[in-house]
Ligand binder design. Structure first.
Ligand code: ATP
Ligand code: MG
Length: 561
């Protein structure tokens, strides 16, 4: 991967200071800790770029740690998808792959150590009682009657919890901190609970599992992490993170919080994304409308465009919503320079060039990418019958419509000037064909007599064209912030009913006959497209539109305002 020029941010400034103070013997070690209960999304990409990017730029390390302490929800399918996505984003993790579940033995020993130090106890209140005893925002909590039981007794009960003697919910191990703390997280939080469930890695070895707050800080510590970077929701958990590590006198990483990414017109919660998959609102985690990395990849986004997006949005300490347009611009900017431009007609209207000789075929030269002359040129066929876009013709053109109309002349890209002579309609009055003339002197698209036309249209020659199915995507949600409650309605009510439009028969220029799955193109005037990696076959091409050429929504909003 090329060396990125990453912008500095407040986290890098903290690290710079720590290095200057020679903290951690000059080491920088971060981690990315996904819970394997869903596929990674663009928000995770922000965290991956941040953590792995820091490791790369400071000659440090970044661990990919699966936070698999919750046995009921985790699945190996998710673990595999996460590894694939991190690698695809361009970060090497195979040599730094860890599982919190590998620490279960040591976490158990740390828990015993806390009990021995009088810092944890087995509590036998029911979950409801624990909630009642916790107090409220305005009122301190009440001590559990188990709080002052003997160390010996807690140790014995904890051993028996591990040995499976007690039912779920009957006992928990709690930290002994402060039931009157203004921070709820410090009101004797649970550290271990009984859960009689198998685990994807440890099988049936355990029937007690550590809580997130206990496992997380100690996993960081065991791995020698120096900077534990997490999202702002964990700011109130930091005192607990620090408390646990302080009691045990172990390596103590520094937790630093940053604002999570929110993206307009989509949701970035694994729970909600899973619900969309399970209810069939999308075709799967990799549906090209999903904000998942697998969905974006299938849509046609490149890893480099996502890295560049993450760099553009930066890292801050306040929550905000980044406009989807910023992500779209990242891929536009890249593909504008890198992909071949071709012609494709999505909504075909037949054009017959009446003065073009029957049976004649010629090849015209087209430029592959005007931004990059090194990409060269290609030949495109021209013949008597062509297709143009239906909306490039209007029988009764409004004032500012400069494209084709009866009696009007326009340029066909890389070809000729044509003039509309006659409009052919079917019995219902629908336009089915145009009869045009062409001017042989304008070959290549220039008029020797200096005649001007006001529009250039893309087109394909009918006979030699390829057929393809094209999927046009729009935002998954019509609302900018679909997380905002919609007057008591289900959050899915905000889904955009027009997020997918399928056009079954589009016509492409024949140079696309070698298009491979995953290959990207600019269809002139229509946007950037990618050959679908699952549904496309040699015999039936399927293209996904990655993004239009311009921000269509900005145009619409301008019009309606
Ligand atoms: P969810 O709330 O959807 O369950 P999560 O935060 O619990 O997501 P994890 O798998 O625990 O998901 O996340 C792994 C890492 O990615 C965490 O460090 C988390 O802070 C970070 N992360 C998750 N979502 C975002 C986001 N939207 N922006 C930035 N970082 C994120
Ligand atoms: Mg989480």
């Amino acid at each position: 991967m090329e060396k990125a020029k990453t912008n500095s941010n407040f986290i890098r400034e903290i690290i710079d200071r720590d290095l200057k103070d020679n903290k951690n013997q000059g080491r920088v070690h971060t981690r990315f800790p996904p819970e394997p209960n869903g596929y990674l999304h663009i928000g995770h990409a922000k965290s991956i770029c941040l953590n792995f990017g820091i490791a790369r730029d400071y000659q440090g390390k970044c661990n990919l740690r699966f936070d698999d302490t919750n046995p009921a929800k985790e699945e190996s399918e998710y673990v595999e998808s996460i590894k694939k996505d991190v690698g695809w984003l361009g970060f090497e993790s195979a040599s730094n792959e860890f599982y919190a579940s590998d620490y279960f033995d040591r976490l158990y020993q740390y828990a015993r150590e806390l009990i021995q130090k009088g810092k944890a106890y087995v509590c036998e209140l029911s979950p409801e009682e624990i909630r009642d005893y916790r107090g409220s925002l305005t009122e301190g909590g009440k001590n559990s009657p188990c709080r002052d039981r003997l160390v010996k007794e807690s140790l014995d009960l904890f051993t028996r919890m591990k040995d499976g003697e007690f039912p779920e919910g009957s006992k928990v191990l709690r930290a002994k901190i402060d039931m009157s703390s203004p921070n709820f997280n410090l009101r004797d939080p649970a550290l271990y609970r009984i859960k009689k469930a198998g685990h994807h890695r440890t099988g049936n070895k355990w029937c007690i599992y550590p809580m997130y707050d206990f496992a997380h800080c100690l996993s960081d510590s065991l791995e020698g992490i120096t900077h534990s970077i997490c999202t702002l929701e964990f700011e109130n958990n930091r005192p607990l993170y620090d408390w646990i590590l302080d009691q045990l006198v172990v390596h103590h990483p520094r937790q630093i919080e940053f604002a999570r990414l929110n993206l307009s017109h989509t949701v970035l919660s694994k729970r909600k994304l899973l619900e969309l998959v399970e209810t069939g609102h999308v075709s799967g985690w990799d549906d090209p409308r999903m904000p998942t990395l697998s969905g974006l990849r299938r849509r046609g986004y490149t890893a480099s465009s996502i890295r560049s997006f993450c760099d553009t949005i930066g890292v801050a300490k306040f929550n905000s919503i980044v406009d989807m347009v910023v992500l779209e611009n990242a891929i536009r900017q890249e593909l504008n320079k890198t992909v071949q431009r071709v012609m494709a007609v999505l909504q075909p209207l037949k054009v017959v060039i009446v003065n073009y000789p029957e049976g004649k075929a010629e090849e015209l030269e087209a430029i592959n990418n005007p931004e990059d002359p090194a990409m060269g040129t290609r030949k495109i066929p021209f013949s008597k019958v062509l297709y143009i876009e239906q909306d490039d013709f209007k029988e009764d053109p409004p004032k500012k419509f400069f494209r084709l109309a009866p009696g009007r002349e326009v340029r066909l890209r890389y070809a000729y000037f044509i003039k509309c002579l006659e409009v052919i309609k079917d019995k219902t009055g629908r336009i089915i064909e145009l009869h045009c003339s062409y001017d042989p002197a304008t070959r290549g698209g220039d008029s020797p007599d200096g005649r001007k036309v006001k529009a250039t249209l893309h087109w394909v020659a009918a006979e030699k064209s390829l057929k393809a199915k094209i999927r046009l995507y729009d935002y998954l949600f019509t609302e900018r912030d679909p997380n905002k409650a919609l007057d008591g309605q289900d959050w899915k009510a905000g889904l955009n009913p027009k997020s997918l439009e399928v056009i079954d028969e589009c016509y492409l220029e024949p140079s696309l006959n070698n298009a491979q799955p995953g290959q990207r193109y600019q269809f002139e005037r229509k946007g950037y497209f990618c050959v679908d990696s699952l549904d496309s076959r040699d015999s039936s091409l399927v293209f996904n539109r990655i993004v239009s050429l311009k921000d269509e929504w900005a145009k619409i909003e301008k019009k309606t305002n």
